[in-house]
Design a binder for this molecule. Structure first.
Ligand SMILES: [Fe+2]
Length: 306
């Protein structure tokens, strides 16, 4: 059975037909159905996981504060006393996890590098406040019981950034919608669902869904995260590539001290905008989608320093 069939069993087709990628789904079942994941020693004890992943981890505190500690072992004390939840990224250092990501990407037809895996370890009583994320998540509860509350996000579907009402980041100034300026809700919407998750439960959390959790005992869960570029990203990356083919548009706008230089730059910007108008009529949508599907290292324009 592939990883999706291990998650959803005989409901896999139902999940794909009726939920993926927009509606939540909670599938209960024994942890033993995850043949490779349930055998991982690193998931039996937090110290074993810290040994396998010695690098930096994040600590998430109940009030919304988040700090990074350079060595995972340094997270043990705040974990033990229940002050914070431990959040680990890049679990793909574990070969079984990397293979599961490969499989999930293939089944869902998503370029592999947009699928990753992270883990959450929390002691008894640790809460994660109401929030929404910008990614699509398949959470698997590995150890302990936890209550999940969740609801569809009708205020801001498909958000670009996560939002914690108790600690809004700079994209949500004073808790407002980034595009309309309306106040976003401060609490979980009414009519939300509540589920007790146990070892083996898979929770599919679509992008942007409101959620909050509380651990009833020592809890460990992993999340397969799907985070590809947006449709707008795909369009703008393709435009950027074409615009950078023009030397004038590749220039930095540094020379703005004289009126004549300023006019030249304004003219360059206008000619770039005219080129965008032309490209918008000629770039085929199919080619842009293919470019995304075949992308290997991400579409983001990043250069490694030499
Ligand atoms: Fe979350």
């Amino acid at each position: 059975m592939n990883i999706l069939q291990q998650m959803f069993g005989d409901q896999t087709e139902v999940f794909l037909d009726t939920c993926w990628p927009k509606r939540s789904y909670v599938a209960d079942g024994a942890m033993s159905r995850f043949t490779q994941l349930s055998a991982l020693e690193e998931f039996q004890d937090i110290r074993k996981l810290f040994n396998a992943l010695p690098g930096p981890v994040d600590l998430l505190f109940a009030g919304g504060k988040r700090i990074t500690v350079a060595r995972s072992a340094d997270a043990l004390a705040p974990y033990n006393d229940g002050a914070a939840m431990v959040y680990m990224k890049d679990l793909e250092a574990l070969p079984a996890i990397s293979l599961a990501c490969d499989e999930l990407a293939k089944i869902l037809d998503i370029p592999r590098h947009y699928v990753s895996c992270e883990a959450f370890a929390a002691n008894h009583g640790v809460e994660v406040a109401t929030h929404f994320d910008h990614e699509t998540n398949f959470m698997i509860q590995i150890k302990g019981e936890k209550t999940w509350r969740f609801a569809e996000n009708t205020s801001l579907p498909d958000p670009i950034y996560p939002f914690f009402p108790n600690n809004p980041n700079r994209f949500y100034q004073e808790g407002t919608h980034p595009y309309t300026g309306a106040k976003l809700p401060l609490t979980m919407p009414e009519g939300h669902e509540e589920r007790l998750v146990k070892p083996g439960t898979t929770t599919f959390m679509p992008r942007g869904y409101w959620h909050a959790t509380v651990a009833h005992e020592e809890s460990f869960s992993i999340g397969f995260v799907i985070n590809p570029p947006t449709v707008a990203d795909i369009i703008t990356y393709a435009l950027l590539d074409r615009l950078h083919g023009d030397e004038r548009l590749r220039a930095h706008p540094l020379d703005t001290l004289s009126e004549s230089a300023l006019q030249r730059i304004l003219g360059d910007i206008q000619s770039g905008l005219d080129e965008v108008a032309k490209l918008s009529r000629t770039l085929p949508a199919e080619a842009l989608l293919q470019r995304y599907k075949q992308s290997r290292k991400g579409n983001i324009r990043t250069l490694t320093s030499l």
